[in-house]
Design a protein around this ligand. Structure first.
Ligand SMILES: Cc1cc2nc3c(=O)[nH]c(=O)nc-3n(C[C@H](O)[C@H](O)[C@H](O)COP(=O)(O)OP(=O)(O)OC[C@H]3O[C@@H](n4cnc5c(N)ncnc54)[C@H](O)[C@@H]3O)c2cc1C
Length: 288
């Protein structure tokens, strides 16, 4: 289908973008366009104004500062997947970005775009939640930090105000003795997740689980933390018995949808299976 007609605006700074979003009702930011344009063609979104931020300089970077990795809003999925810094210090984000669609999508789609789109089946949001990441949002009153736990509010809904733009995404540099895994259950490579799991496990010097962060995608209206699973891991030696019994709790607090790809019951069962696999894989990746 052809989108409804709209006015195209091209700010040269983010401040100008914010002014435009503030001035024009029913305006939308355009980044990689990999979700927004599809929605407009289906007429599921019909903004009157498109604010194209892609020509604003200085929004595509990856750098480390004060124990965090700072990622510019327009950094593409391909750059996140292949950044040596992210691969070394926060590998789960690279792994999740590398599972998005196909290479063409990863060349154009952006990290802020997938977070702001807030599809509960998307890959990067699930990893971002497990990482306790944060976004820097710029509005007309200045900047504010929004934590991952507060950012995703409902299906395709975030805590951003209509006149705010994400300028930067921040994730932690992971501590030593940490292993991570992002795995997704999809019908074919490149499809959206039926169920996805992000697992981050840190051990202490005695090999006991010091912290566990597990999040699930495609089992609710937002990515969800598997709090009961985390509690069942922390403070224990992660024997396979402990992993298996903790993973059985992965269906607590989720509300999976039923669709042509799987029933709610199937997704709940897969949440347990893939949680178990993700924890095992994360554990196997912990170096000395
Ligand atoms: C064929 C196909 C397959 C795909 N497969 C997958 C997949 O397997 N897994 C997956 O996770 N995703 C998948 N995607 C979606 C892909 O990840 C998109 O790139 C991503 O969802 C949106 O990023 P974008 O930069 O293209 O954003 P856009 O489409 O430009 O924007 C998306 C939304 O975010 C808003 N937005 C964008 N940037 C900002 C910003 N800086 N501040 C405020 N708001 C902003 C826009 O206004 C819009 O509402 C697929 C897409 C396609 C077309």
């Amino acid at each position: 289908m052809i989108p409804r007609s709209f006015d195209y605006l091209r700010p040269s700074t983010l401040q100008e973008a914010v002014q435009m979003l503030d001035r024009y009702e029913e305006s939308k930011v355009l980044a990689g366009g990999q979700s927004l344009i599809a929605l407009m063609k289906l007429r599921l979104a019909s903004p009157k104004y498109i604010v194209d931020i892609t020509r604003i300089p200085g929004l595509s970077y990856v750098r480390e500062e004060d124990g965090k990795i700072l990622i510019g809003a327009l950094t593409t999925h391909d750059m996140v997947e292949n950044s040596p810094l992210i691969r070394q210090k926060c590998p789960i984000l690279s792994e999740a970005a590398g599972r998005i669609g196909d290479q063409q999508i990863r060349n154009r789609g952006t990290i802020a775009g997938t977070l702001c789109h807030a599809d509960p089946s998307a890959d990067v949001p699930t990893a971002f939640l497990a990482l306790d990441g944060e976004v820097v949002a710029l509005g007309k009153d200045g900047e504010r930090l929004i934590k991952a736990a507060d950012f995703f509010q409902d299906f395709f809904t975030t805590a951003l105000n209509p006149n705010e733009v994400v300028r930067e995404v921040r994730v932690p540099v992971l501590p030593p003795k940490t292993g991570t895994a992002y795995i997704k259950h999809a019908r074919r490579e490149g499809d959206f997740a039926i169920v996805a799991v992000a697992a981050i496990i840190t051990l202490d010097s005695n090999g006991v689980c010091k912290s566990a962060s597990i999040s699930l995608g495609s089992v609710g209206s937002t990515p969800l933390r598997a709090v009961e699973v985390e509690k069942a891991l922390v403070g224990k030696k992660l024997t396979d018995e402990v992993i298996v019994s903790a993973s059985e709790l992965a269906d607590r607090g989720i509300s999976p949808p039923s669709d042509i790809h799987g029933s709610a019951e199937y997704r709940a069962e897969m949440a347990k299976v893939f949680t178990k696999r993700a924890i095992r894989l994360a554990l196997s990746r912990i170096g000395g």
